[in-house]
Design a binder for this molecule. Structure first.
Ligand code: 8YV
Length: 309
């Protein structure tokens, strides 16, 4: 049983998630993570992966011994502080794979077949004057995936029926039926489409730079469902403007919810507002998994999905 008002809920939660929370918990809410800490005897925090949890907030609440984040990424947490202070953390992997992979594949086809432009083409009645542009087929292409964790592997399985060659990179080779490349530049060189499905950490920060984009090449496409800071966005903008690569589909950006305006004025991009997990079914599953972790903590049981920190 989770004691009433022992959980501080930090950040903005959509209604579908708040409804799930209110069914099971009575939390004290702090909408702005930089705001003043409300009164209370908090022993746990419930937050979301798109909410940066400031270390100074935790420093003000030394009674907090557990942080549950709704989301698979946990780069929003002050991991060093949590580790040094023995504060447990949990995330919500596994339950969002369907939603994220479905969006990723939707972005892939939207990008290759230029579906958003095609719709505008019809709506603008330009079709009456000329046919829409010829695009490109996925079948026969090499699809590279940077980051073969749960989502990367699930995405690869879902892409197999599309008659593609699959390849990947990551910290180590895995028992998978796809070609392994030891680094992202060599993977990009071999790929026609390069997905980013890796976690955001010091090793992956700005991993996709001008060299990698050059290697991906003028008929290559980049699709980012990871984190914005995995890409050097200035280099990507230049590559898109100069057609160093054919195009990019981005669901994540360095500065959310106000992405670099350069992306808004070019036509070889497909942009979505970080909606990878944003389906009602998925957000309900994520919220309940986060609360299950909180319950395990309060019942002094092992967490279901503990962040190995
Ligand atoms: C979360 C995310 O899914 O899961 C992640 O790592 O990227 C986020 O979109 C979302 O914030 C859950 O509320």
């Amino acid at each position: 049983m989770i004691p009433v008002n022992s959980v501080l809920q930090v950040g903005q939660f959509p209604e579908i998630m708040q409804m799930e929370i209110d069914k099971r918990l009575s939390t004290t809410k702090l909408l702005d993570p930089q705001g003043a800490v409300p009164d209370g005897n908090f022993t746990a925090i419930l937050t979301r992966s798109n909410t940066t949890l400031p270390q100074k907030l935790l420093e003000q609440i030394p009674t907090v011994r557990m942080v549950a984040t709704c989301g698979v990424g946990y780069d929003n947490l002050p991991l060093d502080y949590l580790r040094v202070n023995g504060i447990k953390a949990s995330n919500t992997p596994g339950v969002l794979n369907d939603a994220v992979c479905e969006l990723a594949i939707g972005m892939l086809f939207g990008l290759l077949r230029r579906i958003p432009e095609a719709q505008e083409f019809v709506k603008s009645t330009a079709w009456a004057k000329a046919p829409f542009t010829i695009t490109t087929t996925l079948a026969g292409k090499c699809v590279g995936i940077a980051g073969m964790g749960r989502i990367g592997q699930d995405l690869a399985k879902r892409l197999e029926p599309f008659k593609v060659k699959l390849a990947y990179t990551g910290p180590s080779q895995k028992e998978l039926p796809y070609q392994y490349f030891p680094d992202i530049k060599s993977l990009a060189k071999a790929s026609d489409v390069l997905f980013l499905a890796c976690p955001a950490n010091p090793e992956t920060e700005k991993m996709v730079n001008s060299e990698v984009l050059q290697a991906l090449g003028p008929r290559g496409y980049l699709i980012n469902i990871s984190r914005g800071n995995v890409v050097d966005e200035a280099a990507l903008l230049v590559a898109l403007q100069q057609k160093t690569i054919a195009g990019a589909a981005l669901d994540v950006f360095e500065n959310e919810p106000n992405p670099n305006v350069g992306f808004l004025n070019i036509d070889n991009v497909l942009l979505t507002p970080h909606i990878g997990s944003a389906t009602s079914e998925t957000r309900q599953l994520m919220t309940n998994l986060a609360i299950d972790n909180l319950e395990a903590f309060y019942n002094k049981k092992p967490l279901l999905t503990e962040v190995k920190n």
